[in-house]
Design a protein around this ligand. Structure first.
Ligand code: ADP
Ligand code: MG
Ligand code: ZN
Length: 484
């Protein structure tokens, strides 16, 4: 097995996050009544003229700039001819040469080491419609055509054949998705088909320069599926070659349930799509000022933000990784921190509250952080109250529950529940004195050297104060009193 190495190249389609389609004004809304988001353009009526959506071009260029691409100022479209049962006009409007973006890069981390993956291109194209072969669980003996998806803008990104393991492909796709979401260019939700991936896999003897015969696995819709399919395909190809067999260039399908790939069709050389310039979309040049405006809109990217969080807020790599996993979470974290009284003391506790309590509740209620019932301001107040000793960590959990349920601010909850922690020493001294008087046995034991005996007295103080005495102060006072 170890005499071979895997080579992987990815073709990733991402649905561009615009309100309307790329060549008409129809809505891109997911899950609408079949064929309700259609017009003469996206149903391919003869003579209908496509009109380019500027926002789609912007999304691709921003993605390109974030991934160190060269942006090609020349914007041209081409027809890709094919028999498409789901595109009545039987060609797809896409880009051939040049694409909008050429020669990009994405750095991924593997076991603490960086690997830079070269990306060949990103181009703009339209999506096809969808053939429907079943309604609910009822299989049809005919096909239905839903054109809601037809002409929704896609960006297609193609990598060089440079990934060399299932894990690398997983890291690449995960990082790519995070970046594209940061930019807002696509939602990349694979469940909704807004990110789809064709995976090209070949193997070659270690040390050989030329590439082996590749297999293309079409339309993968989960990152873990991509990882598993590459692992399976690597093993299958090595097995064929090791027993002297030959591989054919073909398209295969991933059968997720069985965990195997199956041959779909052979692919001898390139299909001739007869690309030609799209006559209805005249080539034009993008002004430099347009590209520069977009460059200024590219936000701080996840990797840079992760590094800054570690440095500026003294967070662990683990915390920084979680907090920068989406722009929304990172923004929420920084908003909370900016609203808190003492940034230095708050940075870690805020990170903990977001990654554990808040994240847990959001997951359980299927909410995103920008829908959080606990505002960043209120979370900042809660953490400040804990740091000031106004409430204990344990009380804070109860307060947080209420804050989440009722979108309430912590002070209101504390007042309503009478949860204030007693930190006033005179009040605590009085309760401690009572507790000492009522616990002669524990006092004797403590004085005889059994330090653990103090626990019983602390417990009594907490009980008398209904859990509101600040336990640190209680401990301090009891020790002072007992050690005399
Ligand atoms: P096509 O348009 O037929 O899919 P391309 O030449 O554009 O073919 O390649 C598509 C993808 O396949 C690219 O991501 C490329 O890196 C990858 N690829 C090409 N040759 C190989 C190979 N021998 N092994 C693995 N991946 C490959
Ligand atoms: Mg391909
Ligand atoms: Zn339309």
């Amino acid at each position: 097995m170890s005499n071979y190495e895997t080579v992987v190249g990815l073709e990733v389609h991402m649905q561009i996050n615009t309100k309307s389609k790329v060549f008409c004004e129809c809505s891109t809304e997911f899950g609408a009544e079949p064929n309700s988001n259609t017009c003469v353009i996206c149903t391919s009526q003869p003579g209908a003229i496509p009109i380019l959506n500027k926002k789609a071009v912007e999304a691709i260029i921003k993605t390109g700039l974030a991934l160190n691409f060269t942006v090609n100022k020349q914007c041209t479209f081409a027809r890709k001819q094919y028999f498409y049962p789901d595109v009545p006009k039987n060609y797809q409007i896409t880009q051939s040469e040049p694409p909008l973006c050429s020669n990009g890069k994405l750095a991924i981390m593997l076991d603490g080491k960086e690997k830079v993956v070269n990306i060949t291109r990103i181009h703009l194209e339209e999506d096809a419609g969808k053939l429907v072969h079943e309604i609910g669980s009822r299989k049809l003996d005919y096909s239905l055509l839903d054109l809601n998806r037809a002409s929704i803008g896609l960006m297609e990104l193609v990598t060089e054949p440079e990934l060399s393991s299932p894990q690398e492909a997983l890291e690449f796709l995960t990082e790519l998705r995070t970046i594209v979401r940061y930019i807002g260019a696509s939602e990349c939700s694979m469940e909704e088909g807004k990110m789809r991936c064709d995976v090209n896999v070949s193997v070659r003897p270690v040390g050989q320069k030329e590439l082996g015969t590749r297999v293309e696995i079409k339309n993968m819709n989960s990152i873990s599926g991509v990882k598993d399919a590459i692992a399976y395909e690597t093993e299958r190809q090595i097995e064929v070659l090791s027993r002297g067999g030959k591989l054919v260039q073909e398209t295969r399908l991933w059968e997720a349930e069985e965990g195997i790939t199956k041959s779909m069709r052979s692919k001898e050389g390139a299909l001739d799509y007869r690309y030609f310039p799209e006559p209805d979309l005249v080539p034009f040049n993008l002004p430099d000022s347009f590209i520069e405006e977009l460059r200024a809109q590219v936000p701080e990217l996840p990797r840079a933000r992760r590094a800054r969080f570690i440095k500026e807020y003294s967070l662990s790599e683990y915390d920084a990784e979680f907090l920068t996993s989406s722009k929304q979470i990172a923004d929420y974290y920084e908003e909370t921190l900016n609203a808190s009284e003492n940034k230095e003391l708050s940075s870690k506790p805020i990170a903990n509250w977001i990654s554990t309590e808040l994240n847990g509740k959001l997951n359980a209620s299927g909410k995103e952080i920008n829908e959080s019932p606990v505002s960043s301001k209120n979370l900042a107040k809660l953490v400040t109250l804990i740091l000031n000793g106004a409430i204990s960590g344990k009380m804070a959990k109860t307060v947080f529950e209420e804050m989440y349920e009722k979108s309430a601010d912590p002070e209101t909850v504390i007042k309503e529940k009478g949860l204030v922690q007693i930190s006033d020493e005179t009040a605590i001294i009085k309760i401690c004195e009572e507790a000492i008087a009522e616990s002669p046995k524990a006092v004797a034991e403590f004085k005889a050297g059994k330090e653990r005996a103090i626990g019983a007295i602390v417990g009594l103080v907490m009980k008398k104060s209904k859990g509101q005495a600040n336990p640190q102060i209680v401990n301090k006072i009891l020790i002072e009193k007992l050690k005399v």
